[in-house]
Ligand binder design. Structure first.
Ligand code: AHM
Ligand code: MG
Length: 303
């Protein structure tokens, strides 16, 4: 039995969630190969007004078809779809949220990008991140990496083309307290709170690491510690990233790895979404540094 199968068996996850994780894992090599023929950007824009890449629409179509034809998913929300997809005749109860291809501005530069998926065993997609049953992401870098949490820690896998299956990369990921950070947003749009956070990092000798792919930057923080931030900006208080598709699945994973996700004031996993494309400021990373960021935000508010 392969390493991913062993993990899924051990996980005690509901059988339909296991099936969906397996279905997705089986698609990752095909998605990876598709980058070769999908290097262009289209004229279309997604619900957040961002330009879509050919690979965005390709990955979206593949995954929407895969999940909606699985017979396991009742509701599906994708970053690349304007509206919620309801599958009333599905025999399953799962609500699925996904960013089919995160980091799409990097496609032409061959830096790492990936797919992010969150799975709720039942109910709808507008649930708190803490209610997720499982979350996972793939990362298409020098290796195809799969990081999965079913609520019992976090395990990473890498695809071994010689074997044709995933092997374990890290059995039980725990995020260390590290000194790396990356931040989105133009410097002249930073709020006083975010400016103070960055000043703190500079004072403490943090090193900058920011690629423009949340899932890749997140993975780096998960391994080395520190934080990734896409904050509230002047003129864009909601920031850029989405609560359902990006913050919640990766927040669930970091929480399982002993880290935290916050908007600077509160734990994002406790926020009930009101719309599928809702945006949120994000700070995600090691517990100590996220607590420090919340302290900085509180001091500024009380000053
Ligand atoms: P995407 O899902 O269309 O790729 O958009 C989200 C991306 C994140 O992956 C990344 O961290 C951020 O947008 C980069 O934004 P910016 O170019 O403003 O730094
Ligand atoms: Mg994204």
């Amino acid at each position: 039995m392969g390493a991913l199968e062993e993990y899924l068996e051990w996980s005690n996850l509901p059988v339909d969630i296991i099936r969906l994780i397996r279905l997705f894992a089986n698609e990752t090599e095909m998605l990876r190969k598709a980058f070769l023929k999908n290097q262009t950007y289209c004229s279309g824009r997604n619900a957040s007004g961002e330009q879509q890449a050919a690979m965005d629409t390709f990955a979206d179509k593949v995954l929407v078809d895969l999940f909606s034809n699985s017979g396991l998913v009742r509701e599906l929300a994708s970053e690349e779809q304007d509206s919620l997809i309801r599958i009333p005749d599905s025999s399953g109860t799962i609500a699925l949220v996904m960013d089919p291809l995160d980091g799409s501005s990097l496609i032409q530069t061959n830096l790492a990008v990936g797919s992010i998926i969150g799975l709720y065993a039942d109910g709808d997609v507008l649930q708190k991140g803490k209610n997720l049953t499982a979350a996972l992401y793939s990362l298409y870098g020098p290796m195809t990496v799969l990081v999965v949490s079913g609520g019992k820690g976090v395990r990473s896998f890498a695809f071994d083309p010689d074997v044709g299956d995933f092997v374990v990369l890290c059995q039980d990921i725990m995020i260390p307290e590290g000194k790396q950070y990356g931040t989105g947003g133009l410097r002249n749009e930073w709020t006083p709170e975010h400016t103070s956070v960055i000043r703190y990092c500079n004072d403490m000798g943090f090193k900058i690491r920011y690629s423009g792919s949340f899932v890749a930057d997140f993975h780096q923080i998960l391994v080395y510690g520190g934080f990734y931030g896409y904050p509230s900006l002047i003129g864009r208080p909601e920031g850029k990233l989405r609560l359902l598709f990006e913050a919640n699945p990766l927040g669930f994973i970091v929480d399982q790895a002993g880290g935290r996700i916050s908007d600077g004031r509160r734990n994002l996993l406790l926020v009930t979404p009101t719309s599928i494309h809702q945006k949120t400021p994000i700070y995600v990373g090691s517990t100590g540094v996220i607590e420090k960021i919340e302290e900085i935000y509180a001091e500024k508010r009380d000053a």
